[in-house]
Design a protein around this ligand. Structure first.
Ligand SMILES: Nc1ncnc2c1ncn2[C@@H]1O[C@H](COP(=O)(O)OP(=O)(O)OP(=O)(O)O)[C@@H](O)[C@H]1O
Length: 338
């Protein structure tokens, strides 16, 4: 288990990690999520004692990293895939790591086979593709057969086959009872891999919950209705045991509504509908909304929840409950966008 207690890191005026406390349990994959610059890598570096906390502390199964005599046997990490001397072969890179932690040479060949690099074991790292570099980094992490594994954005730049391989590997390692902590800025990726989630924004803890709870809380659906007879529609809906919310652009959204029944209801009451569309918030959107106030780097325009990739209004399900002030802010943003 990894435990963080009020962990803080300041770089001059900049607080990269701000009083973080959480635990990473064993036997599950824990996803560590946050937008760019949230403080994920800084946190991971402090876990490995590569950065000194300004305050607070980290323990690994109750001990500090500095107390571990042969740390690769307790914790293995992939932080930077290209952190390998380019003139060294894959096997030599693993050999010196193994020797520094009194790990037998046969383990080097084992991990090379495990990550599928046996054929290129004697090739120099400078010729490695990104995917091969990631595999070599993972081989280094697995070298000491550690109970704790940590991966920083392991699928970055990988092809679909490589992504699938890493996903399955992480699940297998957790299934063996190990602690697996993996960072990403993509909720969609984590939804396929992680059992537990820790979300941070601007160095602060935003959420610490199971993936199942996140999905349960964020994947409620709604049906959007748009009509030139809004008053009549509202009267008809009010007579039903339904939850109705205001949607974008003068539409209404019926939480957990059934599109067929709502269409029939409108027809039976002579209401013309210009839109009848099921809405479902994707997990990626829920994550974006959760971290919207913490996003430091925007691509030109502000992040506007409720618009899809093409900029069309309203891919949100109305059932989604935003953090305090979130819906108000969204309504304002949409008003501004209309
Ligand atoms: N050595 C440093 N000196 C000054 N500022 C730093 C340093 N390292 C990180 N930062 C700042 O701390 C903040 C957190 O950075 P960090 O790399 O930990 O975020 P991240 O969540 O890993 O982001 P990304 O997803 O982009 O990798 C950023 O604003 C970054 O600019």
């Amino acid at each position: 288990m990894i435990e963080l207690h009020e962990l803080t890191k300041r770089y001059g005026d900049k607080t990269a990690v701000d009083g973080l406390s959480f635990q990473v349990p064993q036997g599950v994959v824990t996803g560590f999520l946050g937008p760019n610059g949230a403080g994920k890598s800084t946190t991971m570096r402090m876990i490995l004692d590569l950065d000194r906390p300004s305050s607070g502390r980290v323990t690994l199964d109750g001990r500090r990293y500095g107390q571990l005599a042969e740390p690769l046997k307790y914790i293995g990490a992939l932080l930077e895939a290209k952190a390998v001397h380019p003139g060294r072969t894959a096997r030599d890179h693993l050999l010196w790591l193994a020797q520094s932690n009194r790990i037998p040479t046969r383990r080097v060949d084992e991990v090379l086979a495990l990550v599928g690099l046996t054929d290129v074991a004697r090739k120099r790292a400078r010729g490695f593709s990104l995917g091969m570099g990631q595999r070599l980094g993972i081989a280094s992490a697995l070298l000491g057969d550690p109970e704790i594994l940590m991966f920083d954005e392991p699928v970055n730049g990988l092809d679909p086959e490589g992504i699938l391989w890493i996903r399955n590997l992480m699940k297998r390692l957790a299934g063996e009872g190990r602690t697996v902590f993996v960072s990403s800025h993509l909720m969609s990726e984590m939804a396929l891999t992680a059992d537990h989630l820790v979300v941070i924004g601007k160095g602060r803890l935003l959420a610490d919950l199971s993936m199942a709870d996140f999905i349960e809380q964020n994947s409620r659906s709604a049906v959007r209705l748009r009509t030139p007879q809004p008053e009549l529609l509202l009267d008809v809906l009010a007579a039903q045991p339904l939850t109705v919310e205001a949607g974008p652009g003068g539409s209404y959204e019926v939480v957990d509504g059934d599109p067929a029944k709502l269409g029939d209801l409108a027809a039976a009451n002579g209401i013309t509908l210009h839109e009848l569309s099921p809405q479902r918030a994707s997990l990626e959107e829920a994550f974006m909304q959760m971290t919207a106030d913490s996003v430091e780097y925007h691509a030109g325009a502000q992040v506007v929840a409720g618009t899809d990739a093409a900029g069309a209004a309203g891919t949100w399900g109305a059932g989604w409950q935003p953090p305090a002030g979130g819906r108000k802010k969204r309504a304002k943003q949409q008003k501004g966008a209309n």
